[in-house]
Design a protein around this ligand. Structure first.
Ligand code: NAP
Length: 268
């Protein structure tokens, strides 16, 4: 059975579709109960798999434990864990609400880590399992105006690589995929505000389906960590050769948004 977080839209929805098409029973997690219920029906009917919707806010402390207890109590054995749910708060860090930032870090970092810990332990005992954590190309450099988001994804990348080394001897594969800009609701707030950040422009975004396909392919190939898309990979890797101060400044230039209403980098 596979558990996908953030399965109600975007890349997570495509992970759920692809796994169901491969015949995996599923647990679907996100906050939107209606969307999960509809998807569970759709996938169950189309592929004859058992699909359970588990509506849950993983931005709340304690939620990872609640989710784990829910699957344990129902005797659901999770063999594949896709830690995909994540949000990115855009704006000057000093202006963002501390509670919003804390909730994002709980979701992007703490819940992800705890789910790896809890489900990874069971996989290790059974001697088999696959964990895919979704980071971002933002993990590879500082990202002004996405400062805490980018740092949370650097955590996901570093943590996943270390965890992979710990769990490999127990037969568990841990893989980390870093997508670049992808065509999902992730940027909807920025798009609605008319913000134009060249590096994130709509035309250059990869489809959610393509990202999910690459993620599963790399996971089952046992790849430690990888970047989705050749150009994204080239950009991220080339930055390693450049001094960090230069990369930070370059990243600031790229991430500075403009709109018809003038500079709009402050969060609201
Ligand atoms: N799109 C990109 O350009 C891009 C680039 C790099 C990395 N990523 C990463 O890819 C992953 C998927 O994002 P996406 O692009 O597919 O965006 P998306 O379409 O906005 O999907 C995000 C998913 O996470 C769920 N989610 C959000 N907050 C949650 C919470 N507090 N508790 C539980 N579930 C929550 C959302 O469902 P509900 O709203 O129903 O809770 C939704 O299913 C994220 O980790 C993101 O950081 C995306």
């Amino acid at each position: 059975m596979a558990l996908v977080t953030g399965a109600s839209s975007g890349i997570g929805l495509e992970f759920a579709r692809l796994l169901a098409a491969r015949g995996h029973d599923l647990v679907l997690v996100a906050r939107s109960k209606c969307r999960l219920d509809d998807l569970a029906k759709e996938l169950g009917t189309a592929h004859g798999v058992a699909v359970k919707a588990a509506p849950m806010d993983l931005g709340l402390p304690g939620s990872a434990q609640v989710l784990w207890e829910l699957t344990e109590n129902q005797g659901l054995e999770i063999e594949i864990l896709i830690n995909n749910a994540g949000i990115g708060l855009y704006g000057e860090h000093s202006v963002l609400g501390p509670a919003q930032v804390a909730s994002m870090l709980q979701l992007n970092i703490l819940s992800l880590s705890e789910l790896c810990q809890r489900y990874g332990a069971g996989m290790g005992q059974r001697g088999k399992g696959w964990i895919l954590n979704i980071a971002s190309t933002a993990a590879y450099q500082p990202t002004p105006y996405f400062a805490a988001y980018g740092a949370s994804k650097a955590y996901v990348l570093n943590f996943s690589e270390a965890l992979a080394m710990e769990l490999e001897d127990q037969g568990v594969v841990v893989s980390c995929l870093s997508p670049g800009p992808s065509d999902t609701a992730f940027f909807s707030d920025m798009d609605q505000r008319g913000l134009q950040v060249e590096a994130l422009a709509k035309g250059g975004r990869r489809s959610a389906r393509a990202v999910a396909e690459v993620g599963l392919e790399r996971l089952f190939a046992g790849k430690l960590s990888s970047i989705d898309g050749r150009i994204n990979a080239l950009k991220a890797r080339s930055l390693r050769l450049v001094p960090r101060a230069v990369v930070a400044r370059f990243s600031k230039t790229l991430m500075t948004a403009t709109s018809a209403a003038g500079p709009a980098v402050r969060a609201h």
